[in-house]
Every structure is written in structure tokens, then in C-alpha cells.
Design a protein around this ligand. Structure first.
Ligand code: FAD
Ligand code: MLT
Ligand code: ZN
Length: 480
């Protein structure tokens, strides 16, 4: 387990005492002040079982007012806090490093309003993504965001990580879809930026500071989201390609030929496929067994069933004729479509089951992306497995090194090589997962010195005592 090894506890933070607990009980009631050891162990441990803190307290506020009172108190007492959502983050950002108080807005999970004309949803930050997807479905709309952790992650966590996911190629990032935010600052001030307008150029658009700030600037308590209408025709193809170049060409062709109906373009390599088949119950390869090196999932979403299908079939036929695809299957019903998605979305879980995993989430120009995977394989050899998948349509590689257990020697072979390589190709060391604790010190591989300095100044302005998610996002030299 990693955690405190990378950084010293900031001595300016107070230690929790019984007066603090009594104060919190006074605000939240006994029930929502959690000191139970089992619940704390879960809240202290991240999804990968890689990072573990030692917090003695989990707080469950039910309203913005309660969040405000908690933060105001923590700030005046110099008690450090970690905002936590569904705790599905993959960079050690959602769990304490030491004894930070954990604040989870999961009880704030109501839909506040939905406008069927504009498609604008306003809800509390603790809503679970899948519940919002289900709610919107009943209204004839869809979330512009979908990801494998939908059953647990909260919209507040999604916004705070600026999560990308499976449909970004179609709907763009949350910076485009989040129209408003309510957030509570470290001193308890409530910032009402909960607009529901598509256009509002009245000066600095400060909500964007909170999108992707990983709980370091404030606790997000409400959001408003622009949601697109649900379209009647969704098709999903699971395809095999003989080499990476074919995947790349297929992407270029898909963007050109499928255009406005393209809604996902995901890829996995054969090592990822083997992993899924070995570790995910009930998952099987949709294609007949053969030696395929790469697999691509293409989804289309449109409004005209016959012409959408015709368009996709013509595209696939042509791709087959020119040799870009070596085999393929088109889902025939919703169950088959979910089984295709299960294979792709289950990959993080398959990696978990396989042992220890070193996870890298990189933006790299598509034509260079797989070179890194091959170089890594050559560098590492057995007993590690280098597993590649990701959101090819967005230039986002998920490079995962699976090993029997965490081992400093393996880590030294991977880092800083992976970051240097990414930086050399002008990529990003975090495409969508954020920096958290894992990559706080690596920020300079992707951001210039004065940009990081300005980030640090903004952090100091909004959180002068540094109580919000300490040791994360900013390099430790600047944050403690
Ligand atoms: P947490 O993990 O609890 O927290 C994440 C960060 O946000 C932390 O820094 C935390 O302090 C902060 N935070 C949480 N809630 C708040 C709040 N209300 N206010 C302020 N700060 C807050 N990510 C992607 O981008 N794309 C994917 O496709 C994707 N797929 C995933 C699949 C799986 C199986 C898993 C386990 C994770 C995946 N993730 C993906 C990573 C993860 O970032 C997302 O799951 C999600 O956005 C995190 O939401 P959460 O509620 O679990 O937040
Ligand atoms: C995904 O796309 O599956 C997620 O980002 C999680 C991961 O990278 O493993
Ligand atoms: Zn992803």
C-alpha cells in the first residue's frame, strides 16, 4: 500500500479531539458522524487497494449549509479534509494520506429540477451517475458522460475529476456540458455559480476552476448539466484489426464516414482481451477464436434507424474490403450490446483481479500511442503484462502494467520513463484521471513552471490554510 510514504504530514494541521467530534455531532447528528472502524477502513482505502490513509472520522452532511458549517469549523481549527465521492478515483486522490477528515456528500442525492425543453438537469453532487442515467432515460434524455464506475461514482466526483469516459468523442468534456456549479470554499463560503444558461459571458467563468480541481479548491455541492435527447437508433460493432496502424486508419475513416452519428471509439489489445477472458465472469470474445492483435468498439447513435444502420454497414463493409478490419460482429439486441460493453468496461476490474497494477492514463498523439506500449514491453519483460486499452477516439491511452505484486524494482523501470516519454511527445501524464497523490509531483512533465506557480497562487487564495485535500494535485514543494 502507498500513502504517506511520498510526503510528510503537514505539522500545521491540528489533530482531531473529542470537542471536534462533539461539534460535528451537534451539526450533523450522531448518525452522520462516522467513527465505526469497518466503515472507516473502507473510506480510507482506494478502489485499487493501493492507497490507504488513517482518518478517524467520516462526515456525511445532508445539505450545503451543513457542508458550509463543517468547512468553516475545519478551517478555523486547521483540520485537514478530503472530499470523497464514490471513491472510484484511480490516482489516490479520494482517500486521506494521513488523518484528514473525510467528507462525503453521498446523502445529498436529489434531482432538483429537469427542464425537458432545454435538457438541463440540476442536481445535488452526491447523485450516483447511474441513477442520473436512469432518471434521464425516463425523461427521454441521456447523460453526456458514461463510464465503467457509473454504479458507484457521484456526479460531484465526476465533475471534480473532469471525468472523460466512453462518450467524450461525441459529447465533449464536462467543461462543455457542466453549465453551473455550487461549491463550498474552505472557509465555508458558498459560491453560487449554479447557472443554467448555455451562454453567459459576464467575466471570468469560475466554475471551470472547480471542474477537474480534485477537491483541492472547494466541495462541489450542486451541479447543472446540459443533457442531450435520447436518440432511437444505437448500434454497436465489435471489430478485430490485425495491427495498430489499421486501428488508427479506422478511426480516421470513422470520423469522416460516420461523422455525426459516431458516439464511441474504444480500443483494446490482445493482452487486454486475454485478461478480460481470464478474469471476468461470463465474458467471452464476441468474435470466433483467431489471432487478432487489436479490437475496436464502434458505437453509433442517431435518429434514423434504417439510414444509420445502412451507413454503419457500408462503412464496415468498405473497411473489411480494404483490410482495415479482419473480423467483426454487430450487436443484434440490447443484451449483446451490453455484453460487448461489459468486456471493455470490465478491464479495470480484470486488472484488479489479476494482481498489482501500475496505471497510466495518458494523452498521446494517436499515431505514436502504441510505440510506448511496445517500448514498455521490451523494457519490462516477464513476469509483468503490459495491457493497453483506452479511448482511442480521444487520443487517450490506458497503459496498465500488471504484476504479481507491487515491487519497487518494477516501478523504477516504469517511472520516470513513462512520464519522460509522454512529455517528449507533448502528451499529458493525466488524460482523465487527474493527478491525485500519485502524480502531484509529476505535474511539471505536462505543465510549465509558471502555470503551476499560478495554480498554487489560486489554491492559496481560495484555501489559505491548505486544508482541502492536502498533498494532492500540486507538487509537495509548493503545497506544504
Ligand atoms: P472519488 O473517487 O471519490 O474522488 C475523486 C476526486 O474528486 C478526489 O480528489 C476527491 O477529493 C474529489 N471529489 C469527489 N467528490 C467531490 C466533491 N463533491 N467536491 C469536491 N471534490 C470531490 N475516469 C474517467 O475519467 N473515465 C473513465 O472512463 C473512468 N472509468 C473508470 C472505471 C472504473 C471501473 C473505475 C474504478 C474508475 C474509472 N474512472 C474513470 C476514474 C474516476 O475518476 C471516476 O470513476 C470518477 O470520476 C470519480 O468519481 P467518484 O465519485 O468516485 O470520486
Ligand atoms: C477506463 O477507461 O476503463 C477507465 O478510465 C479506467 C481505467 O483506466 O482503467
Ligand atoms: Zn478511461
Amino acid at each position: 500500500c502507498f500513502g504517506s510514504a511520498a510526503v510528510q504530514r503537514n505539522p500545521s494541521f491540528s489533530m482531531l479531539n473529542s470537542d471536534d467530534i462533539n461539534y460535528f455531532k451537534g451539526i450533523l447528528g450522531d448518525k452522520n458522524v462516522i467513527q465505526d472502524e469497518d466503515r472507516l477502513l473502507t473510506a480510507n482505502t482506494d478502489w485499487m487497494n493501493k492507497y490507504r490513509g488513517s482518518s478517524k472520522l467520516l462526515l456525511l452532511p445532508r445539505s450545503t449549509e451543513e457542508v458550509s458549517q463543517i468547512l468553516n469549523y475545519c478551517n478555523s481549527r486547521s483540520l485537514a479534509v478530503v472530499p470523497q465521492g464514490g471513491n472510484t478515483g484511480l490516482v489516490g486522490g479520494s482517500v486521506p494520506v494521513y488523518d484528514e477528515v473525510i467528507i462525503n456528500v453521498g446523502l445529498m442525492n436529489s434531482v432538483i429540477s429537469f427542464d425537458k425543453v432545454s435538457g438541463i438537469l440540476v442536481c445535488e453532487a452526491g447523485c450516483i451517475l447511474e441513477n442520473l442515467i436512469t432518471f434521464l432515460d425516463t425523461q427521454g434524455f441521456v447523460m453526456p458522460l458514461d463510464l465503467g464506475a457509473k454504479g458507484s461514482c457521484q456526479i460531484g466526483g465526476n465533475v471534480s475529476t473532469n471525468a472523460g469516459g466512453l462518450r467524450l468523442v461525441r459529447y465533449g468534456s464536462l467543461h462543455g456540458n457542466i453549465l453551473g456549479i455550487e461549491a463550498v470554499l474552505a472557509n465555508g463560503d458558498v459560491l453560487d455559480m449554479l447557472g443554467t444558461l448555455r451562454k453567459d459571458n459576464t467575466g471570468y467563468d469560475l466554475k471551470h476552476l472547480f471542474i477537474g480541481s480534485e477537491g483541492s479548491l472547494g466541495i462541489v455541492t450542486k451541479v447543472s448539466i446540459l443533457t442531450p435527447p435520447k436518440l432511437s437508433s444505437v448500434n454497436l460493432a465489435f471489430l478485430a484489426c490485425k495491427d495498430y496502424f489499421s486501428c488508427q486508419k479506422l478511426l480516421v475513416e470513422a470520423k469522416r464516414k460516420l461523422g455525426e452519428i459516431l458516439s464511441a471509439f474504444e480500443f483494446l489489445d490482445n493482452v487486454a482481451m486475454d485478461l478480460a477472458l481470464n478474469h471476468l465472469e461470463g465474458v467471452r470474445n464476441p468474435l470466433p477464436p483467431s489471432l487478432h492483435n487489436f479490437y475496436v468498439l464502434i458505437e453509433t447513435t442517431g435518429s434514423n434507424e434504417s439510414s444509420d444502420k445502412e451507413k454503419l454497414e457500408a462503412f464496415l463493409l468498405h473497411a473489411m474490403e480494404v483490410g482495415l478490419i479482419s473480423d467483426g460482429a454487430l450487436s443484434q439486441d440490447i443484451n449483446q450490446a451490453s455484453s460487448f460493453w461489459r468486456l471493455r468496461e470490465g478491464l479495470p476490474e480484470a486488472l484488479q483481479k489479476a494482481g498489482a497494477v501500475y496505471k497510466y492514463d495518458l494523452s498521446i498523439p494517436v499515431e505514436k500511442m502504441y510505440d510506448l506500449v511496445e517500448e514498455m514491453r521490451t523494457r519490462l519483460g516477464a513476469p509483468t503484462k503490459v495491457v493497453a486499452y483506452g479511448h482511442l477516439g480521444d487520443g487517450n491511452l490506458h497503459l496498465n502494467i500488471s504484476a504479481p505484486q507491487y515491487d519497487e524494482k518494477i516501478l523504477a523501470q516504469i517511472e520516470p520513463f513513462v512520464y519522460e516519454w509522454t512529455s517528449k511527445h507533448r502528451g499529458s501524464i493525466s488524460a482523465e484521471h487527474g493527478l491525485g497523490l500519485m502524480k502531484a509531483n509529476e505535474i511539471f512533465y505536462s505543465k510549465s513552471k509558471n502555470t503551476v506557480q499560478l495554480m498554487s497562487s489560486i489554491k492559496k487564495l481560495l484555501d489559505p490554510n491548505g486544508i482541502l485535500n492536502p498533498y494532492k494535485v500540486l507538487p509537495h514543494s509548493l503545497s506544504t
